[in-house]
Design a protein around this ligand. Structure first.
Ligand code: ATP
Length: 356
């Protein structure tokens, strides 16, 4: 087990800067998710950690040792790729034992270890099967067992669930997380799926355009997004553009009260975000209550979305099923309330979703 440190890592492919000055620490035994839209540089970062790609600049340390230029085969890192990359002509047991047997471990010892690992990933009775005789979820478990065979210092997974259907993906996320916690192995998972990251990770690193936008616990990232990109990428948010004033944020004719200390000079353009589930359709408190017209109602099973037109612009308010959610009809006028505690204020000169 080991902690990993990235210092000022840059990766250039010709004129493309895929990774831009990344500083990160991966704590020993923690699971970190690298999360971001397609092309943000997460796979490139993982490949540099694995030793499959050299950084253009910067250093990588494992337990204090500089491993920046250490070739991949000399790092004791286990990897699981999107495709699983299993050997179809070998049995499940032979796949798991492969790295051990080519490393010089006797066949009986390697097979015994493979059986222990297969037991760990709940494939105890599948050792003699061919890869082609397995379901997607079973193949993924074989890939995980194979990656764990060499007792890696660090476990790296690149979109490990993307070949699985939605239901199985959720099951495997829980299984993988429980296994990782049981083994206490430092793990980094690349994903573009925020639910996957929230399900599994101790820490989420949100990336865009090769940069780290925010690094924190799932709760931090969701409830205290560092900028408009993170607020928009993780969960949902209504955005309004306005201007900072001494008493709050002005959006058109409306002055919004904001609870948190405002670190913006009056006159500065700002962007206000509120999550749909944090707004309310009532006037139970006096602050930030506006008239709104219902334009659309969408029942999504567990939640109901109410679309509104307001003086601030269009917005969505979400009710969870079971909450006191009165029935609204299109065209109805209702009060909408934006609790000051739940308004996030960001600089107005940055787009919500950075262009890829
Ligand atoms: P995805 O989720 O689509 O896999 P990603 O976040 O993992 O995306 P990367 O694969 O790391 O993104 O790519 C980051 C950027 O670097 C992209 O603009 C990509 O086109 C570019 N890139 C990646 N590998 C190479 C390469 N070998 N040569 C040139 N450009 C590359």
């Amino acid at each position: 087990m080991a902690g990993l440190v990235l210092k000022d890592i840059v990766k250039e492919f010709g004129s493309v800067r895929a990774v831009e000055r990344v500083d990160l620490t991966f704590a020993e035994g923690e699971l970190t998710a690298l999360l971001g839209p397609s092309g943000c540089g997460k796979t490139t970062l993982l490949r540099m950690i694995a030793g499959l790609e050299d950084p253009s600049f910067g250093q990588i340390f494992l337990s204090g040792q500089d491993i920046t230029l250490l070739p991949a085969h000399k790092r004791k890192f286990g990897m699981v790729f999107q495709s699983f990359a299993l050997f179809p002509h070998l049995s499940v047991r032979e796949n798991v034992a492969y790295s051990l047997t080519i490393g010089g471990v006797s066949k009986s010892e390697a097979w015994a270890k493979a059986d222990t690992l297969l037991d760990l990933v709940q494939l105890k009775t599948f050792g003699d099967r061919r890869i082609g005789e397995l379901s997607g979820g079973q193949r993924q478990r074989v890939a995980i067992a194979r990656a764990l065979a060499q007792e890696p210092d660090v476990f790296l997974l690149d979109e490990p669930m993307s070949a699985l259907d939605a239901k199985l993906r959720e099951e495997m996320q829980v299984e993988l997380r429980l296994l990782q916690q049981r083994l206490g192995i430092t793990t980094i998972v690349v994903t573009h799926d925020q639910r996957e990251a929230m399900t599994m990770a101790d820490r989420i690193v949100v990336m865009s355009n090769g940069r780290v936008e925010q690094s924190g616990s799932p709760q931090d990232i969701y409830h205290r997004p560092a900028n408009a990109f993170v607020a928009d990428f993780i969960g949902r948010a209504n955005f309004f553009d306005g201007t900072a004033e001494a008493g709050g944020i002005r959006v058109g004719e409306t002055l919004l009260t904001v609870k948190k200390p405002l670190n913006f000079t009056p006159g500065r353009p700002v962007r206000v975000a509120v999550r749909p589930e944090m707004a309310a359709l009532d006037d139970a408190q006096p602050e930030n209550v506006l008239p709104a017209t219902v334009t659309f109602v969408r029942d999504l099973g567990p939640v109901r979305d109410i679309h509104l037109d307001t003086a601030l612009g269009r917005m969505i308010v979400e009710y969870a099923l079971g909450e006191e959610a009165p029935v609204f009809s299109v065209g109805q006028t209702v009060p909408v309330r934006l609790p000051p505690d739940h308004l996030h204020v960001f600089p107005g000169d940055t787009p919500a979703m950075a262009a890829e």
